[in-house]
Design a protein around this ligand. Structure first.
Ligand SMILES: [Zn+2]
Length: 68
């Protein structure tokens, strides 16, 4: 079905070390780089700080409704 062969030119560079990626390790150039990226990704996920949503109790304008 897939007769297309991977051409090195069309292959984007390894996102880890910017070397030409290999088809068998796409989009990385080697299993090591794939591992590095995975590690980064996991670390990133763990490193994501929980956004503290400090919702201050803003005073409502017009606490007392003006009765007309
Ligand atoms: Zn690489």
């Amino acid at each position: 079905m897939n007769d297309r062969k991977f051409s090195p030119v069309a292959t984007p560079p390894c996102p880890v070390c910017a070397k030409p990626a290999k088809p068998e390790f796409q989009p990385f150039c080697s299993a090591r780089c794939a591992d590095v990226d995975l590690g980064r990704w996991l670390t990133d996920r763990y490193a994501i700080p929980t956004p503290i949503d400090e919702e201050e109790d803003a005073p409502k304008p017009g606490g007392t409704e003006p009765s007309q």
